[in-house]
Design a protein around this ligand. Structure first.
Ligand code: SF4
Length: 266
């Protein structure tokens, strides 16, 4: 958080408002969500998923919530607009912010549900809104959505299919947080196998968590694979400098070879 004011009163007020936003977000449904959701299944870092599977205490208190808060606000706004448009069109074309079951199971930890942003029955497509920074918007336009978002898109496709819809395409709509409207659409044909493979990977990691039992054997945290370039900055379990993975992960910083080495040997 950066809080500034033009005098002492304003400075104090800025700090209090900033802290109010941080505290309110920490108690929001989005932040309190414990179960793994479709947005997390494709996470490339298996160590991060292992922490999440065990509902491990989060160690990264430096994460700034504002991007997610703005994203939530945009989802609410555009959801209302599509609800109104749906009504005007007779009420059957769009499904807005619907709960979908990606995989049902009597075993609670194997069940996967989520909230799908928009399904359009006319084009038989599931759409996912992503509000991103301007530089990320450019990156997604040039390089595509990356595996994590791609897997999420197909998991929602499977959820819509399980809800009885005929899904042809999965779509991600990238909108930049920028002073002018920038919209980039990525889409591809829905492929159920991409979703099933992602679920099988998650099951394998969950089995590994049970077999290794890092809760009782903290040294085994290191056995969970981390990718070559993990996205540590936004990881809830980042703890820079940590040499005890049960307290948090030191992460990998490509600009700091020492930190990279530390993460690899931790
Ligand atoms: S800090 Fe980085 S390496 Fe460690 S669990 Fe998180 S994403 Fe993986």
């Amino acid at each position: 958080m950066i809080a500034t004011g033009n005098d002492e009163f304003s400075q104090t007020l800025a700090e209090r408002i900033g802290q109010f936003i941080i505290d309110a977000d920490a108690n929001s449904a989005r932040t309190m969500q414990k179960a793994i959701g479709p947005s997390e299944v494709g996470e490339p870092c298996e160590r991060q998923l292992a922490y999440k599977i065990l509902d491990w205490p989060e160690s990264n208190d430096a994460r700034d919530p504002i991007a997610a808060i703005i994203g939530t606000g945009f989802h609410l706004w555009i959801g209302e607009r599509f609800e109104a448009r749906n009504e005007a069109l007779g009420g059957t074309r769009y499904k807005v912010e619907t709960r979908v079951t990606v995989r049902d199971s009597p075993i609670e930890t194997a069940r996967l549900t989520g909230s799908a942003d928009l399904y359009d029955r006319l084009i038989r497509a599931n759409l996912d809104w992503k509000l991103v920074g301007a530089s990320s918007h450019d990156k997604y336009r040039r390089q595509g959505p990356g595996e994590k978002y791609r897997i999420q898109a197909h998991l929602y496709g499977l959820g819509q299919e399980n809800a009885g819809e005929h899904v042809d395409r999965v779509v991600i709509v990238f909108i930049a947080r920028y002073h002018e409207l920038k919209v980039h659409v990525w889409s591809e044909a829905y492929n159920r196998q991409i979703a099933l493979d992602a679920l099988a990977r998650l099951d394998r990691i969950r089995d590994q968590v049970m077999a290794l039992d890092p809760e009782s054997h903290p040294e085994r945290w290191q056995q969970f694979a981390i990718p070559e370039k993990p996205n540590c900055r936004f990881c809830a379990y980042l703890k820079p400098g940590s040499s005890d993975l049960s307290q948090g992960c030191p992460g990998v910083q490509s600009s700091n070879p020492g930190a990279s080495l530390q993460a690899l040997i931790a």
